[in-house]
Design a protein. Structure first.
Length: 254
């Protein structure tokens, strides 16, 4: 196989997945490690990937928007795993803040089984509804302008309400996470809310299944912060895990 053909196939692989490893490319093309390294160097020079220890990750892969109803049907086992893991970072009596989104809904649904005393601040109407009948969980709904497609509130009234509180932890559920592109999402109206939650929190937790890593969404929330705790599933590729750990040691695989 000619070098150009091999590089084209590597680039095509990274359009379908967030990362590749040097060892798998060596096996796929039956070439030496030096050959693969030269290929990756050339592709990085062309802006088609970013080299990391042990392989490469995709860059600039823009994720498409999916409705809340559509997201709720995707990656359900992984979201349940993330929600269970997130519970281990919450203590009885805590004040916590929950983002909107399908992974946050999965976490909200578990709180009643794990805690007898908790206060939850959220701008999600669905989360407020899930917790509304739980007498031992106090719910604070940060109301404002209602956003029907996400079933949550946004705008200055929501931000004013959020900024009245201080919580021990907030759980963000963004659409995309990348060590290079940062943490991002699709809904412009919600970005200020997602930026405000870490400001009132002692600790920020990012709940994102492995499909959300190595891609980006149009609206940036913040940089890939090494102080955040990133909770994801074991489907995260070795190359992407290495890239994340080069920036933050707070990567939790479940």
């Amino acid at each position: 196989m000619f070098a150009d053909e091999r590089k084209a196939k590597i680039a095509e692989l990274l359009k379908k997945r967030p990362s590749v490893t040097t060892s798998e490319l060596m096996e796929l093309f039956q070439v030496s490690v030096e050959t693969i390294r030269r290929d990756l160097e050339a592709l990085e020079g062309a802006g088609l990937l970013k080299r990391v220890h042990g392989g490469a990750i995709s860059v600039g892969k823009l994720q498409n928007y999916t409705s809340l109803a559509g997201r709720a049907a995707e990656h359900q086992p992984e979201k349940q795993q993330l929600a269970r893991a997130a519970c281990s970072f919450i203590r009885e009596g805590d004040y916590i803040a929950l983002d909107t989104g399908s992974t946050a809904l999965a976490l909200a649904a578990l709180l009643d089984d794990h805690f007898r005393e908790l206060t939850v601040l959220t701008h999600s109407l669905d989360i407020a509804w899930i917790l509304s009948g739980k007498t031992h969980i106090r719910v604070i709904l940060a109301g404002g302008f209602y956003l029907p497609r996400e079933k949550c509130f946004c705008g200055h009234l929501t931000l004013d309400a959020i900024r009245q509180f201080h919580v021990s932890g907030c759980f963000l559920t963004p659409a995309a996470v990348s060590p290079d592109s940062g943490i991002s999402d699709h809904v412009q109206e919600l970005i200020p809310v997602q930026r405000a939650l870490p400001e009132i929190s002692d600790q920020t937790y990012i709940l994102a299944d492995s499909s959300k890593f190595g891609v980006c969404a149009p609206m940036k929330i913040c940089e890939f912060d090494p102080d955040f705790v990133y909770i994801t599933d074991s489907g995260l590729s070795g190359g992407m895990l290495e890239a994340c750990r080069n920036t933050s040691s707070n990567i939790v695989l479940v």
